[in-house]
Structures are given as C-alpha cells and as structure tokens.
Design a binder for this molecule. Structure first.
Ligand code: KG4
Ligand code: ZN
Length: 341
C-alpha cells in the first residue's frame, strides 16, 4: 500500500513543508526567516508573521516538487509542539483548514520525535543505513538536549536531559557575547576549525546521572571574557578562533561524556545523533572516533535533516498513520510537550 503524507513544520523560525510516499522523501521545502538576524535571536512575533506569509507558497512548492496534488495526500502531519506558540499556531491552523476543506486525516507530531525519526527517511536511488532498535539518540537542538532510549518508532524514553540551557543555546549565547551573528552554532563551528581547542579552559558541570547543564559554561565564558576585555579591549578579536575552538570542544566533551556513560550502562552500541547541533563538524568527528573506539554503529543525519525541516514531521506522520493515530479538528498547539509521541 502506498501512503502519501504532507508534513508541515513551523515550530520556530523555519517554515517547511515536505511530501513523502511511504518512507521515501519526494520533496522538502524550507523557507528561512532572515528577519531575525538583526535582532540577534528569534523574535516570536516576527516569526509568526513570516510563517503566515510563507506557509501557502511553501506547501504549494512542496506539492509541486513532489509531483503530486492535494488529492494524492492521505494524511496531513503537523508539528503540535514543542515550540513558539504563535509559530505553531500558523502550521496547526493551516493543517486544520486543509484537512477540513479536503477531508484528509490530521496527524499531530512531536517536533523532538521528528528529529529522531528523520533517521528513517529514504531517498530514491540511495542506499541509506538506518539505526536498529533499540538505539540511543543524542538529541541536540536550540531548545533541547536529551539522551533518548529509542525502543521503536513510537516508543522511546528520555534517559537524561538538560536541567537548564540546551547545547544549541550555549553555542548561540556565547556567540552573541563574542559579537558573532545569530545563529551562533554554525559560525563557531566554522571559526573553530582554525583555532586551538586547548588554548582556553572553561567550567564543566557536574550533574548526576545522564543529565546535562550548560548555564554554568555560559556564565564562566561571559565572566572570563569580561575580565580579559577589561585588560585588553581587542582580546576577543585577537583570540576569536581559539575561543571558538576551546568553547566548542568543551561543549562536545560535556555531550560525549554522558552519552558514553549511557551507552555503557545500557550496553547499546547503536548510537545516533539528531537536531540542529548534530550539524557540528566537531561533534560528528567526536562521535565517529568514539564509535570506532567502542565498536558502536554511529548514525549521523544528512546535513539537510539536522536543522528544522518538515521531512522529519512527514516521516513521523507516516508511522502514526500506520497506527491510525489521528486527531480531530479541536487539536491546538502546545509550547511544551511531556510525551514523546
Ligand atoms: O533543531 P534546530 O534547527 O532548532 C530547534 O529545534 O531548536 O536547532 C537549531 C540550533 C541552533 O542553536 C544552532 O546554533 C544550532 O542548532 N546549530 C549548530 C550548527 N548548526 C546549527 N550548532 C553547532 N554547530 C553547527 N554547525
Ligand atoms: Zn528542531
């Protein structure tokens, strides 16, 4: 049986729509919002307005790129949360409108589940390797940092998570204090490649079990810069690449330590990474190296599926469709989600 799903993602600052047929990706359109750049972070009200402008053309292009019409769509999957409420509202309302107008079943999706299930997307003509169950997934985005024990497509457990900031937030906030543009993660990644990761030492947290913390690192980074700049006002400019390399290697170290601990405790050797920060070249290298040392099978997402996209929502929708897991028109978005599916 062929099932065609339209996915819609609007949880933060990217408006995206994608079409998949079973697990095979037919199209994935993303409209980025440049409007936030000059504010150094996402402005929720501006994000909602941009989603409102983008949503129709983005969905239209996704259908055209896929070579399908609305009549071919068996289910509409949308991100219900977590995310910015005003942004989510645009995607949810659009999905509901289309569902009502064309009598197409609605499927609610968890954005975080989407990042993980992106590992199961197939593409025509490509032999893609997918993780085998159970696997561990390090989920690192701008809003979340978790280690997830994935038992099945829709059956997973969070074994550890950040008690304060997310890893992506640590990248973005530290970039901001160095005067780098938003989002800081990719900029730090690029600059770090030319720097010495051992030049500066920053605080590493001590939190129990498999949990994370990044706010101490952010604060120590800020105070360190403040003291150095008081003595030399060109300190940041003169040390930019080394600051980026040292900061990045500290974040990676923090992430890897708990992941290794969780892998040891569970005995699992299938290890995946997902979310915006999984685009980081240093983290990808660290995972590969750790994997070789410990005999893990490591799964790194393609770059285009690391940051927010609707393909990941469409694939989540596909697995929920197979379970007849639909929602009615009275569904509303939620900024926080406690369940994974
Ligand atoms: O998953 P995502 O697109 O949005 C959320 O769900 O939050 O993740 C965005 C985050 C931002 O914090 C951004 O700085 C970070 O991913 N990011 C990176 C890189 N590319 C994106 N962080 C480090 N290195 C990168 N190459
Ligand atoms: Zn995300």
């Amino acid at each position: 049986m062929e099932i065609t799903i339209l996915g819609i993602e609007s949880s933060c600052d990217d408006t995206s729509a994608a079409v998949i047929r079973n697990t095979c990706l037919l199209s994935n359109v993303i409209a980025n919002q440049d409007v936030h750049k000059k504010w150094g972070g996402v402005v929720p009200e501006l994000a909602s307005r941009a989603h409102q402008q983008n949503i129709v053309p983005v969905v239209d292009k996704a259908l055209k790129d896929a070579g399908v019409t609305v009549d071919d769509i068996d289910g509409i999957a949308f991100t219900r949360g977590p995310g910015l409420l005003g942004s989510l509202l645009v995607g949810v309302s659009f999905a509901k409108g289309l569902s009502l107008a064309r009598n197409i079943p609605l499927i609610e999706c968890n954005h975080l589940l989407g990042h993980i299930l992106a590992h199961f997307l197939d593409e025509e003509g490509k032999e893609l390797k997918h993780p085998a169950f159970p696997f561990l997934c390090l989920l690192v985005s701008g809003g979340h940092t978790q280690i997830v024990y994935v038992k099945d497509y829709l059956d997973m457990e969070v074994v550890g998570q950040t008690i304060d900031d997310a890893a992506g937030e640590a990248f973005d906030k530290c970039a901001k204090v160095m005067g780098l543009p938003y989002p800081g993660g990719p900029v730090i990644d690029k600059l770090a490649q030319e720097g010495n990761p051992k030049k500066f030492k920053f605080a590493k947290p001590s939190v129990p079990d498999y949990d994370y913390s990044f706010s101490g690192l952010k604060t120590s980074f800020l105070y360190f810069l403040r003291d150095e700049v008081a003595e030399n006002k060109n300190f940041i400019e003169e040390n930019k690449v080394d600051l980026c390399a040292s900061l990045q290697s500290t974040i990676i170290d923090i992430l890897m330590t708990k992941l290794v601990k969780a892998a040891k405790a569970t005995g699992i050797k299938e290890v995946a990474v997902a979310g915006g920060v999984s685009a980081n070249s240093g983290l990808r290298k660290a995972l590969k190296e750790e994997g070789e040392r410990r005999g893990w099978n490591v799964y790194l997402p393609q770059f285009r599926f690391t940051t927010d996209n609707a393909a990941m929502i469409a694939i989540s929708g596909y697995y929920k469709y197979l379970r007849n897991d639909f929602v009615s028109l009275d569904v509303s978005p939620t900024s926080r989600v406690t369940e994974m599916w």
